[in-house]
Write a protein of this length. Sequence first.
Length: 368
Amino acid sequence: MSNAPLLLTPGPLTTSARTRQAMMVDWGSWDRDFNQLTASLCERLLTIVNGTDSHHCVPLQGSGTFAVEAAIGTLVPRDGKVLVLINGAYGQRLAKICKVLGRACSIFETAEDQPTTAADVDRLLAADSSITHVALIHCETSTGILNPLAQIAQVIARHGKRLIIDAMSSFGALPIDARHVPFDALIAASGKCLEGVPGMGFVFANKQSLAAAEGNSPSLAMDLQDQHAYMAKTGQWRFTPPTHVVAALHEALLQYTEEGGLPARHQRYASNCKTLLDGMAAIGLRSFLPAEIQAPIIVTFHAPQDPRYQFKDFYERVKAKGFILYPGKLTQVETFRVGCIGCVGPEGMQAAVNAIAHVLQEMEVLDI
Ligand SMILES: *Cc1c(COP(=O)(O)O)cnc(C)c1O
């Protein structure tokens, strides 16, 4: 496995050999040992947000979007109205989910390099009393921008409204404390900052809100209230669980704790991000976001201006040197992205920067 490329992407990402090794066992879904593994997983996940008293952890099969869709469908009543805060593609996806599910929604969109502010949300909630829920992306992975979650959450609570947080790419690395940040749902997944493999999402759902959500969901398979009720009664997942994904995530969480939990994970990603930003600046590549609003998760870089630069060619050449990059997701400017998350440290990031520098030389890209 040593010559497998390093994934500098926002998931799937590079996992440790130990995490991959945990998938070498076949588990029975009805088996007591497997059910204990699920219970232990949910307990550990709740601890990371200090949510044990206030929230249930409801796991769900599928990619992260499945869990987002399930959270909105389950927790927003059929006559609810969602204010969706958008500054990138994942925010757009939240609004699309509301539309597909038939939940009324209004959107507030800022530029891709503009965080939503608490003052914006205060004004929007004051202007429309029919809003029941606010949905927000914590770290908008399409650029790497960080939205000020804690301040926004306070404003929402003051207005007596409910908050749904897509913390997919920040959970586990950036601190979120359920005792101080009131939310109805916080959504994340196995294959991001916890460094598990992709295949399941999970939702921290406020206990009262979840209990009151019976019958809301327009879907059977994505009904989190039913998923939770069944699991609470039987210890089992409704429908076939992603057993290997659960085992890998459990093992990844043991390593998370051994590493030093959230502060250590945050520190490593922040070092990765700094190494990346400094190294790229030294070869003349500019990042899209100013440092104050850049989360240490994924960085968007302006593509070189030189016509000899083509992303596909660049990507293939960097891959041949052992690093998988990620295309840009902006409509207005040509960019590419480099992830700072996964089982990688600053040395790995520096090696990636060196590979990028070599490739640009090989391609004779001069106008950076
Ligand atoms: C990764 C991610 C998702 C989920 O994407 P999937 O492809 O469904 O796993 C949702 N929101 C954000 C902010 C993400 O980074």
